[in-house]
Design a binder for this molecule. Structure first.
Ligand code: KIV
Ligand code: ZN
Length: 522
């Protein structure tokens, strides 16, 4: 047992498994899921509090923004190891070392492709040159930190003997964790178990490192493959909240954790994760990325614990275990409670925020309280979900320079629909009117008239936060410009107001990004 796996151990006969979360790196890498600096800090703090052993905070060489967020997450880390990703190049590795150095427990994660197709077409390198790069990059990383992970990108499509030579070389050079990713989501569970068994058997120094799984979901087998890797001797799982990630995504952390917790009879492992925080983590990541969670998603989907059919409801009333293999409470689902009303005061609101896991600074608290009061005036029942939507939006918009001040929309069968919008743009208040093909189009045209920009709308999604016709609408938007996407969200009982807020939220992110890029290019 290594230090890392010992840390996850509780002393019982279940073997500890290290949970390595890559929501902020592989998750954030997928188109449209980019998060702001503040959002990344918030996610990292929650992951740390939840018991994630290793947080992969980003790819420091990728941009100044990535570097800064990895550094700040490292500075603020409490218990988790903070990892940064780097390619097999010295400047990448040195930059990564610089970013993670403030963590109490820093890790450098370096990788290179090892499969024939990647080496030939992507790297244009011969296998011997790749092996040399493995040894040089791991040695360089070890000159900075004691905790070094090496990954064989496209590991599952790598020729076996070459994979073993690279793994052996990486361990000799000082790698303490060896990751064999299923980069393209191609493997099957039996194959993946077998691969770990064979590599560990064939590599003479394999006992000197923890082996890790990293699975993508292209064929819908990411979680099954990850768990199969444990059977082959891996003891670290790389995963993301809600399974976000490149293409079809990564293995979902919540599914891995609950499978291990629910089936110790066939999966004799344990993790450090406080599973009651899974729902909160899922909601936060969905909110900051504007990637909605599918309703029937295992563990965190809104229907995961809903029992609609008569037969199921009857069974549930007789005994909950007839149709439930884990309790909603174990993943942090609370009975939807009628929490607050228009008579609730500041103290009650502060207490409720604490219960929901929020800690707001004074200004953010005052703004959130004002919005809560407005909402309570308009909506009969204010549920926990309403408050979460409102506060998540408030946190996301804290630094916005463009704000919606007021809005009037003419909608209906008559057309053309018309929107009159007043916005505060860097302290200057302006009003414009526009028509459109429907009220939402009219609003977006009015925003474009007030803040001219090139971005195009890549996604517009609406869902109700709770039930009933007075439910708040939560709108997610994605804007695309120059091949990159930003997301925005807005919540309000009026779907049109929520739409305007979501668009303006995305626009603010776009502006902040282009200012950052201008600053970087001087
Ligand atoms: O999928 C992959 O191979 C990766 C590596 C960089 C670990 O994300
Ligand atoms: Zn990956």
């Amino acid at each position: 047992m290594t230090d890392q796996t010992k840390a996850a151990s509780g002393g019982d006969d279940l073997e500890p498994v290290v949970i390595f979360d890559t929501t902020l790196r592989d998750g954030e890498q997928c188109p449209g899921a980019s998060m702001t600096f503040e959002e990344k800090l918030e996610v990292a703090e929650l992951l740390d509090d939840m018991g994630v052993d290793i947080i992969e905070a980003g790819f420091p060489i990728a941009s100044e923004g990535d570097f800064e967020s990895v550094s700040e997450i490292a500075r603020r880390s409490k218990n988790a190891v903070i990892a940064g990703l780097s390619r097999a190049a010295f400047n990448d590795i040195d930059r990564c070392a610089e970013a993670v150095k403030h963590a109490a427990r820093p890790r450098i994660h370096t990788f290179i492709s090892t499969s024939p197709i990647h080496m030939k077409h992507k790297l244009q390198k011969e296998p011997d040159a790749v092996l040399e790069a493995v040894i040089a990059s791991v040695s360089r990383a070890r000159s900075h930190v004691a905790d070094v992970e090496w990954s064989a990108e496209d590991g599952t499509r790598t020729e076996f003997d070459f994979l073993c030579r690279c793994v052996e070389g990486a361990i000799t050079a000082g790698a303490t964790t060896i990751n064999i990713p299923d980069t393209v989501g191609y493997s099957t569970p039996e194959e993946y178990t077998d691969l770990f068994l064979r590599v560990r058997e064939a590599v003479p120094n394999s006992d000197k490192a923890v082996f890790s799984v990293h699975c993508h979901d292209d064929l819908g087998m990411a979680e099954a493959n990850s768990l199969a890797g444990l059977k082959g001797g891996a003891r670290q799982i790389e995963c993301t909240i809600n399974g976000i990630g490149e293409r079809a995504g990564n293995a979902a952390l919540e599914e891995i954790v609950m499978a291990i917790k629910t089936r110790p009879d066939v999966l004799p492992y344990r993790t450090n994760i406080d599973s009651t925080m899974l729902t909160r983590a899922s909601k936060l990541v969905a909110a900051v990325t504007s990637f909605p969670v599918q309703y029937n998603k295992a563990i965190v989907g809104r229907n995961a614990f809903a029992h609609e059919s008569g037969i199921h409801q009857d069974g549930m009333l007789k005994h909950t275990q007839t149709y439930e293999i884990m309790t909603p409470e174990s993943v942090g689902v609370k009975e939807t409670s009628l929490v607050m009303g228009k008579h609730s005061g500041r103290n009650a609101f502060r207490e409720k925020l604490k219960e929901l896991g929020y800690e707001l600074g004074d200004n953010a608290f005052q703004d959130a309280f004002k919005r809560f009061k407005d909402l309570a005036d308009r909506k009969k029942h204010v549920y926990d979900e309403d408050i979460e939507a409102l506060v998540d939006e408030e946190i996301g918009n804290a630094d916005d320079r463009i704000k919606v001040v007021s809005m009037t929309v003419v909608a209906g069968t008559g057309g053309p629909q018309k929107a009159t919008l007043t916005m505060d743009i860097d302290g200057r208040v302006e009003t414009k009117e526009a028509t459109g093909n429907g009220p939402v189009d009219a609003i977006f045209n009015a925003i474009r008239a007030l803040v001219p920009h090139e971005a195009t709308l890549a996604l517009y999604d609406v869902h109700a936060v709770t039930e009933g016709t007075d439910a708040q609408a939560e709108v997610s938007i994605r804007l695309e410009q120059g091949g990159r996407e930003v997301s925005g969200r807005g919540a309000d009982p009026d779907t049109l107001v929520a739409s305007a807020r979501a668009y303006v939220h995305a626009l603010n992110k776009l502006q902040a990004r282009s200012e950052r890029m201008h600053a970087q290019t001087g």
